[in-house]
Design a protein around this ligand. Sequence first.
Ligand SMILES: CC(C)(COP(=O)(O)OP(=O)(O)OC[C@H]1O[C@@H](n2cnc3c(N)ncnc32)[C@H](O)[C@@H]1OP(=O)(O)O)[C@@H](O)C(=O)NCCC(=O)NCCS
Length: 178
Amino acid sequence: MQLPILKGQQITVRRLKRSDCESLYKHLKDQKVLRFLVSVPNPYRRKYSRPWVNWTHRAARADTDYHFGIEHNLEHEIIGGISLSTINHVHHKAELGYWLAHRHWRKGYMYEAVGLVCDFGFNQLQLHRIYAHVMNINRASAALLEKHGFIREGILRKSIRHNNRWHDMYVFAKLRGE
Ligand SMILES: CC(C)(COP(=O)(O)OP(=O)(O)OC[C@H]1O[C@@H](n2cnc3c(N)ncnc32)[C@H](O)[C@@H]1OP(=O)(O)O)[C@@H](O)C(=O)NCCC(=O)NCCS
């Protein structure tokens, strides 16, 4: 599908463009962001961005994963990413993922982005369940999901090998109408 533009007060959630590659690299090479992201290569290299943006376009066309950029409404630059991925059209569920450039943390931007994307998922995609997997050490992400009404359903014990350590993953989920 053609990804929609989701306009918030401070940020806009939109399709990634090839001209966003430099911003993606600038923000994603930061260890403060990377240390919580289990699916992004570390170290993150400039050459990864272009194939990644192309892949997000193919995945959206195939309706398997919807990856958006988060654009700052005043700076007009990509400052983060948010996704509904592994979309299951039979069981109407998808996995939520996100990251934000470090200098923009704690301004309410991701709270806004998660609200916009969940509304899109529940109302436009007719999802029944949106879930997220959060590393046990990631208190900010767990608190963000709880503030949005996600329920912590369980723990996947030592399910991720990250930075030479095993980590428990918390499973959070929100159902349509909750
Ligand atoms: C997690 C992350 C996306 C939060 O984004 P953010 O824009 O800073 O979050 P917001 O400012 O919208 O905060 C919304 C709520 O989340 C919680 N929260 C955010 N950062 C927090 C922190 N450092 N400590 C505790 N709670 C935090 C709070 O409940 C906050 O509400 P409040 O400000 O009213 O207390 C950001 O820290 C980030 O990109 N981290 C690195 C990547 C990452 O962890 N991705 C998620 C992987 S599962």
